[in-house]
Design a protein around this ligand. Structure first.
Ligand code: UDP
Length: 483
């Protein structure tokens, strides 16, 4: 290993939605700052992440930690948040030994939201520690404010208890479907994990967020004024995005087929439908979506997974290889009737490439933050269809703040969205006046994102500041003769 360069380590928690932005951040440190970067990957689905990691040609060292068995520690019905938190905790000993065995110790450890407990390992080795929030600033504000709001309630603040929304000073309130009390008063593990992460974030030397200043101006201002960041070292918040996966020119033959089909369609005429790496729908919902797409008479590309009746995140931890699905869950004749207008992609599609294709004009999405950023950088308006975790907050941000998406009329919790409503939304976004306005708006956001990441832009400068702090830290360690 070349030790004239600054060496940093990034830790990615399980899930492609974490791994992809962590890799993009790693690549930025290599390309723009000449760093040596080691990415430490915690995986639960080795097959998917390995095949993805193999496709990388960048100058990164990748270490995949051995799988940890959490089956005896979490209930199978626990939330994604709980499972991720426990998996990361169980990986701590192996992370510690991995770092201690490195000949050229990294100057900094950058962890994602689920890795905040690993910052203790950075402390042990005298490394700088950063949190990389792979979603937006609003979610960051929500998370760091949870322990504060909880403490207020515990102190008997009646107003806080009765509120139906979660108020964060200076930010948009977070609508909760139940009164705040039910959320903050919970003693289940998901809430405990959220609270612990909220407290842990403020211990970092800095917080990197995959968004940009102009997209969430008010929220950044609120974050910087938050008391919990007003510690002796003043934890800085750095918007460094949007970091998105670039288009891959050397696609696998299976992925090429869908791109070839897209090449033959008119410009902005195809809606792309995908629920991310983890989303699954019930059989009834799959049928309604199929019929809604058919009734809209619009062209579509739909990434499908076999339905799951009561777990919307079923594929998150194990993306089964089901490319030979029988599709028996589709309505009779659906595939035949839509053969000329639609393409069904089993399990996993080349999303970055599809969204960048000029023939794609809309995206029906579960609202994972990476998907949202990929839609913005390609100027594609969205239909927001959140399923689990923070996706509802993301959907609210898109529809109420950013004006780049529409969504179902009432909350999606515990209800099936009917074919007529789906038909209406698809037509609205693809051929309606609303779609036209949304498209214009998302293209403005795309322009603003391009400004942020180019040299001299706000995100570029934020990342440069973090890089400089890492370099300075390395120099001071060396000056003390410890490096
Ligand atoms: N993705 C993909 N093909 C798929 C599904 C997802 O390439 O069929 C990628 C997508 O482009 C994005 C990431 O996986 O970069 C998913 O992250 P996101 O935050 O949108 O959602 P999550 O999967 O974490 O819920």
């Amino acid at each position: 290993m070349e030790n004239s360069k600054t060496h940093i380590a990034l830790l990615a928690s399980p899930g492609m939605g974490h791994l992809i932005p962590v890799l993009e951040l790693a690549k930025s440190f290599v390309s723009f700052h000449g760093f040596q970067v080691t990415v430490i990957v915690v995986a639960t689905d080795v097959a998917t992440s390995q095949s993805f990691l193999k496709s990388l040609e960048h100058n990164l060292s990748i270490i995949t930690l051995p799988l940890v068995d959490v089956s005896g520690l979490v209930d199978p019905s626990s939330s994604v948040v709980t499972k991720l938190a426990v998996t990361m905790r169980q990986s701590l000993p192996i992370l510690r030994s991995t770092i201690s065995e490195m000949k050229f110790r990294p100057t900094a450890l950058i962890v994602d939201l689920f890795g905040t407990e690993s910052m203790a390992v950075a402390d042990e080795f005298g490394m700088l520690k950063y949190v990389f929030v792979t979603t937006n600033a609003w979610l960051l504000a929500f998370n760091v404010y949870i322990p504060i709001a909880h403490a207020k309630m515990e102190a008997g603040n009646e107003h806080a208890k009765r509120a139906k929304e979660f108020r964060i000073p200076g930010c948009k309130s977070v609508p909760l479907e139940t009164p705040v009390e039910a959320f903050l008063g919970r003693d289940d593990q998901e809430f405990v994990e959220f609270k612990r992460t909220g407290t842990g974030i403020a211990m970092a030397n800095g917080i990197l967020v995959n968004t940009w200043e102009d997209l969430e101006l008010k929220t950044f201002e609120a974050l910087r004024n938050m008391k919990m960041f007003d510690n002796a070292k003043r934890t800085e918040v750095y918007p460094i995005g949007p970091l998105t996966r670039p288009v891959d020119q050397s696609l696998a033959p299976r992925d090429k087929a869908v791109m070839e089909w897209l090449n033959k369609q008119p410009e902005e005429s195809v809606i792309y439908v995908s629920f991310g790496s983890g989303g699954t729908l019930s059989t009834e919902q799959m049928v309604e979506l199929a019929l809604g797409l058919e009734m809209s008479q619009q062209r579509f590309v739909w990434v499908v997974r076999p339905p799951s009746e009561n777990d919307a995140s079923r594929s998150f931890f194990l993306l089964e290889s089901d490319s030979h699905q029988s599709f028996s869950y589709f309505p009779d004749g659906f595939l035949n009737r839509t053969r000329d207008r639609g393409v069904i992609v089993p399990t996993w599609a080349p999303q970055a490439e599809i969204l960048a294709h000029p023939c794609v004009g809309g995206f029906l999405s579960h609202c994972g933050w990476n998907s949202i950023l990929e839609s913005i950088v390609n100027g594609v308006p969205m239909i927001a269809w959140p399923l689990y975790a923070e996706q509802k907050m993301n959907a609210t941000l898109l529809t109420e703040e950013l004006g780049m998406a529409i969504g179902p009329e009432t909350s999606l919790t515990d209800r099936v969205v009917g074919r007529k409503e789906i038909e209406k939304m698809v037509r609205m976004i693809m051929v309606g006046k609303e779609g036209h306005a949304l498209r214009k708006r998302v293209k403005d956001l795309r322009d603003s994102s391009e400004k942020a990441i180019k040299k001299g832009g706000s995100s570029y400068e934020s990342l440069s500041k973090v890089a400089r702090d890492c370099e300075t830290s390395l120099q001071s360690v060396r000056a003390k003769g410890q490096g």
